[in-house]
Design a protein around this ligand. Structure first.
Ligand SMILES: [Zn+2]
Ligand SMILES: [Zn+2]
Length: 846
């Protein structure tokens, strides 16, 4: 019986080689993009007689070898890709690598190995493993973002944005990682104010930087979330990140210096309660304001100290408030009062304008500051009297402050006193507007995207600086600006590229005079903000894409990736798509129509990490039990959107299941009538009905589960089907057994493609991936649910839907709960229950 031993190491390479040699998973573009000029470009989508489907997992960062999280992501994506193919769709399922970035550069600093070399090694390893996992990838579209043939178009997009005014340069206080020696985006600083990559405490520096104007898109990025099929928690994270709030911008004037300071407030109804004014330590005017006031030294020291604190420390409401007076005042536009100015670290530059009007009676942090500094606290809103207190006093005196709720306006202005605070907001803003002191305004937490990085291993920014012409974009026909080879990658507070003198010094394309190249490179999130577009037309050397190719495939029908990308990558990709649409480069607004976020794989309840020593390497597990077991297990272990804990027993269980399926199929195939010939449903002869019913139940269940990503229960259903086939192997006909087992393989194919292909071929002599997805026979399903007759004292009182596998107890409950049965029970005692499963329940009452 040696030949009936399930051997994944024989089965898996055999199928992988076939798929590779036949290019099974490659799809061409209908438009024939780049082949015929004019040609089929512009083919309307309705002309397609089949539907296209674009299934995409987030591209991996190639560092070392793939880890278990990759195995899960690509197992999920592959299951969906196979399912869509067998539903008759043309599926685009490509692969590429996010190959610029810090890990490769840091590796280079440590070892001296050029990032290009280490990246290439890692990509080889990823490619080999994806192949050994049997992932159905269209390799003809493979790309790497660090390849000049790719980043040429990243640079082109940058220049498009630059020309449209969406890329601009400005000096800004930036977050700086002292260890990595680079600027970080706000998003790359964690809640503790530490560098997301290395954990160092982040500092603040003033540098001239490139920004992308994502804030212009805040409203659309917010509103368009409504039209896409994404998990609600991801949409919520995006909404919170955009952070829209409505209020007013009000101008406070520093009359000494003649400077206007606008502030954003969501509570213009409290303007009359503003008793001081606070600026963030990063505010560019803070030091200037103190000149000649005698406060210079104190303010300077305070600012330096504050900039080294984390945003979390600074934002902590419980912390004692600190600050220093600037020695200046501003005029409150609503009452003309001169109120003192302070610098204090509880005000953050990222919010609003970096300055606030402080209303200590109605804001907790302003109240704490006023108390610490002995500043006046003026109530301007009277809340409803609270219980158990002398209402009038509580609402009007110092008690109960700060009060952040709504109420009646007091101590403000005869025009507004007595108004409800909500009404007063509108009235006060209208008045400010008339007087030229402010206007209604919407504020976003979203900031423009800082894309400059002082690092080597990134996409060069295609900009020149000419002494005469200033900022000059590199002409399109000179792209790509290739990254030069350098010797020394060590960060020195400026880009290592600055040391490549021959590369840096060039001539200006406009005036031919001397010019210098931009030495910063782009944030790697720029590279991954458009890669899904390039896959549609990856070989195009004339353009980033042919619009017809995008029309054919975009938007991505199903995007799959980790929830850790819920904010940055997804926001940036949406921004690029909208900006490119505005520039006429594409004609859709959202890149990813549906999103699935998979959970983590943990071990013993903890995240896998080298330091914990609990890492499961996909290569080792595939080597030991085969790719089918590994893939099937990782989808079986729990709902794939949840975190799941790795268990060796679970792996063994799945392995035994696949081995049993394969063995039973091999044995059946050897029986007369057990193999050959396309699979058709055998007639339901006596003795076969049970197995056929189970088969159709499984078809129905797996189909439904696949549509809702319940891969774990789908695989469990195939296990159940196999159990039934095993149990009935001697009583059922060989035709029915063949049908059941081949159907099991057909249903299992998206999860365990090699063994499924093998089993199906043995039994049906055909390629399972070329077969349409099986359809459940409704006639064989209908007994799954039946009409249960509900009787009381032998009289039919109601009929309810009951499931075929419901237990007698469940049937009794169903009967008792039926509306018309309940009215006939009406408090009477049930003395006897008669259950005839599949038919009726009779309740005997007294
Ligand atoms: Zn760092
Ligand atoms: Zn010039």
């Amino acid at each position: 019986m040696a030949e009936h031993r399930y051997d994944p190491h024989e089965i898996e390479p055999r199928w992988q080689e076939l798929w590779a040699s036949e290019h099974t998973w490659e799809v061409s573009n209908r438009s024939g993009a780049g082949e015929e000029e004019g040609g089929l470009s512009g083919l309307p989508r309705s002309d397609a007689d089949e539907r296209e489907s674009y299934v995409l997992e987030m591209l991996p960062y190639p560092s070392g070898e793939p880890h278990i999280g990759h195995l899960k992501t690509y197992s999920v994506g592959d299951a969906i890709a196979h399912f869509h193919r067998r539903l008759g769709r043309r599926v685009l399922h490509p692969m590429g690598y996010d190959s610029f970035g810090l890990p490769a550069e840091n590796h280079a600093i440590k070892t001296g190995v050029h990032p290009r070399v280490s990246i290439a090694e890692s990509i080889d390893s990823f490619r080999r493993q994806f192949h050994s996992w049997g992932i159905s990838i269209d390799w003809s579209r493979e790309l790497a973002t660090s390849d000049p043939s790719y980043y040429r178009w990243t640079q082109w997009i940058f220049l498009e944005l630059f020309r449209a005014g969406l890329a601009y340069r400005k000096e800004a206080a930036v977050k700086w990682c002292p260890k990595d020696q680079t600027v970080l985006a706000n998003e790359q600083v964690d809640a503790d104010g530490r560098c997301e990559r290395c954990g160092s405490i982040v500092e603040v520096r003033q540098l001239e930087q490139w920004f992308l104007r994502i804030t212009d898109y805040a409203e659309r990025l917010l509103n368009d979330l409504d039209g896409i099929d994404w998990p609600e928690h991801v949409k919520t994270m995006q909404r919170n990140w955009i952070g829209r709030s409505e209020g007013a911008e009000v101008t406070f004037r520093c009359e000494d210096l003649g400077i206007d300071y606008p502030v954003f407030t969501t509570r213009p109804d409290t303007l009359f309660g503003a008793t001081f004014f606070v600026m963030a330590p990063e505010h560019p005017d803070v030091l200037r304001l103190t000149q000649g006031t005698g406060q210079e030294q104190a303010v300077h020291e305070y600012v330096n100290r504050a900039l080294n604190e984390t945003n979390e420390e600074r934002g902590n409401a419980d912390r004692p408030k600190t600050g220093v007076a600037l020695g200046r005042t501003v005029r409150n536009p609503v009452n003309g009062e001169q109120i003192p100015m302070y610098v204090a670290d509880y005000v953050l530059m990222e919010y609003g304008t970096g300055a606030i009007m402080a209303v200590p009676a109605h804001d907790e942090r302003d109240h704490a500051f006023a108390t610490a500094f002995g500043l006046p606290i003026r109530r301007v809103i009277e809340g409803p009297p609270s219980e158990g207190e002398d209402g009038e006093q509580a609402a009007t005196g110092e008690q109960g402050l700060p009060y952040a709720g709504e109420g009646r306006i007091v101590n403000s202005h005869p025009d507004f006193d007595g108004m409800d605070s909500r009404e007063a907001r509108t009235a006060i803003v209208a008045w400010l507007d008339r007087e030229g002191n402010g206007h209604a305004s919407v504020n976003y937490r979203l900031r423009d995207w800082l894309v400059s990085r002082q690092r080597y291993w990134g996409c060069p920014i295609p900009i020149l600086y000419c002494e005469r012409c200033g900022i000059v974009p590199v002409p399109e026909d000179q792209l790509p600006v290739e990254l030069p080879d350098i010797e020394d990658y060590t960060p020195k507070g400026r880009s290592p590229l600055a040391a490549a003198e021959e590369w840096v010094n060039t001539s200006c394309p406009a005036c031919d005079g001397p010019a210098r190249r931009e030495t910063d490179t782009m944030d790697t999130f720029v590279d991954s903000s458009w890669y899904f577009l390039r896959y549609c037309d990856a070989g195009n050397e004339e353009a980033a894409w042919d619009p017809a190719a995008l029309r054919e495939w975009m938007p991505v029908d199903q995007y799959i990736g980790g929830v850790e990308h819920a904010i940055l990558h997804l926001m940036y990709a949406r921004f690029f798509t909208k900006a490119l649409a505005d520039l006429g480069q594409l004609d859709f607004q959202e890149p990813f129509q549906a999103l699935f976020t998979q959970g983590m794989v943990t071990r013993d309840g903890a995240k896998m990490s080298k330091s914990r020593g609990n890492v499961v390497s996909p290569a080792a597990i595939v080597e030991r039990v085969g790719a089918d077991t590994a893939r099937c297990y990782i989808l079986f272990v729990g709902p794939p959107d949840q975190d799941a804990d790795w268990s060796e027993e679970g792996v063994e269980g799945v392995h035994r299941f696949l081995a049993r399926l394969w063995r039973l199929a091999a044995e059946t195939a050897e029986r007369p009538g057990g193999s050959g010939g396309p699979l058709t449903q055998p007639p339901a002869v006596e003795g076969d009905e049970e197995l056929l019913r189970k088969t159709h139940w499984a078809i129905d269940k797996v189909t439904g589960d696949l549509r809702r990503f319940a891969f774990n229960t789908a695989i469990a259903a195939v296990m159940e089907l196999l159990n039934e086939a095993s149990r009935l192997r001697d009583s059922a006909s060989v035709e029915a057994l063949r049908f059941a087992l081949a159907s099991a393989a057909s249903l299992l194919f998206p999860f365990a493609p090699h063994v499924s292909a093998d089993v199906y071929e043995r039994l049906a002599g055909e390629r399972v991936w070329e077969q349409p997805w099986p359809e459940a026979d409704e006639r064989l399903l209908e007994r799954d649910v039946y009409e249960l007759v509900c009787q009381v004292n032998g009289k039919v009182r109601d009929r309810v839907q009951a499931s075929a596998d419901a237990s007698p107890d469940a049937l009794k409950e169903l009967c008792r709960a039926a509306p018309n049965v309940r009215t006939h029970l009406d408090g009477r005692e049930v003395v006897k229950e008669v259950v005839v499963p599949g038919k009726l329940v009779n309740l005997v009452v007294r």
